[in-house]
Design a protein around this ligand. Sequence first.
Ligand code: SF4
Length: 447
Amino acid sequence: MTELAPPPQSTGCRNAPILKQRGQREVFCGLTGIIWLHRKMQDAFFLVVGSRTCAHLLQSAAGVMIFAEPRFGTAILEETDLAGLADAQLELDRVVDELLARRPDIRQLFLVGSCPSEVIKLDLARAAERMTERHAPSVRVLNFSGSGIETTFTQGEDACLASMVPVLPATDERQLLLVGALPDVVEEQALSLLAQMGVSARVLPAPRADSDLGIGENTLFALTQPFLGDTHAALERRGARHIPAPFPFGEEGTTAWLRAIGHEFGVDEDIFARATEAPRARARKAIAQASDALRGKSIFFFPDSQLEIPLARFLTRECGMEAVEVGAPFIHKGIVGPDLDLLPEVPTLSEGQDVDLQLDRCRAARPDLTVCGLGLANPLEAEGLATKWAIELVFTPVHFYEQAGDLAGLFSRPIRRADMLALDGSAASPGQKYPGGLGSGPHAGRP
Ligand code: SF4
């Protein structure tokens, strides 16, 4: 257990000043969440009511499944719908009737709003109510927005889970609910660790609509993702109580998260130690190995995934990095407060974005690593800055002890690559490798 020095003492950033900015943003839309959600909910279908652009986004991001019928699709709004010349609600009824007749395996249907459906003010809540009446009890129809007009890409999952909370049955059972879609292997690890502590848990989203998951005043919930603000609020409206804790990234975060749950459920300290000692040791060893390249390096977070604050806590406290700026789309202290408590003082903690001003700050700081969205990564690489795509952090298993080394590795790889390029003299100087610089388009020339 001694491979890493203990994390430094911190006075925390909970009350640090926050630079709040509102301006042009560079983010992906919430439809992205469908890519991981459709794998978690095995009897759900996500019907995006959108444009051909929405269909292309989903298709290219999720790939084409040739071995099974996909569980997402797009009802494309044609020009006649957008111009108000056709009754889009009638069209939608027809599409849904055809879909459900052809796919009797569907038990939950999500109507997912998009920029076009919001611009023409297509009322998907009314459509979902009408369709639920028509297709109940075999199918539950819900709606949420995946529009990119005012959202970041992780808000899609939040909106989806929040839409499910009001329709879950009531229960008085004292229970623990883990909230957030995790890769199956990671979810199993979490449930196994909790079981070793003598705590059983349920999960939202449940794999199937007919699971007996209920919510009530004796439900305690722990978030596994920091971007679930609306779901947090919806659960509290049902009387459930949140267990605040640092998020389970790295050895320290995972231990603190488990300890907070253990405290609520009266887990004895010896039992807690027995359940966590071996995986803690493995995590510390793996982090020590993977974080060699990170020690003393600086990092700058653009706001994107909403994982920024917990990850900055992990990278500064367990991997020896120095955060120059930690930007997050939203800072919900009821959710990330415990991570802020541990985060060492950073020069700039920012919420929201005015991308040109933030790019100026990043260029002035010349960080060793910049975490940002796809649209900024290539241009910044072209200016000689090493980058990490924020979206990878959501697609890769990074939670809990066994993934802690991989999490550090995700950040050390681009730094190693930049070091190697610098050694052989082939690092890009501004404008050389990708001559278009920031005007060259988001995906051009990604190495
Ligand atoms: S929802 Fe909006 S941002 Fe997302 S793909 Fe469709 S049009 Fe583009």
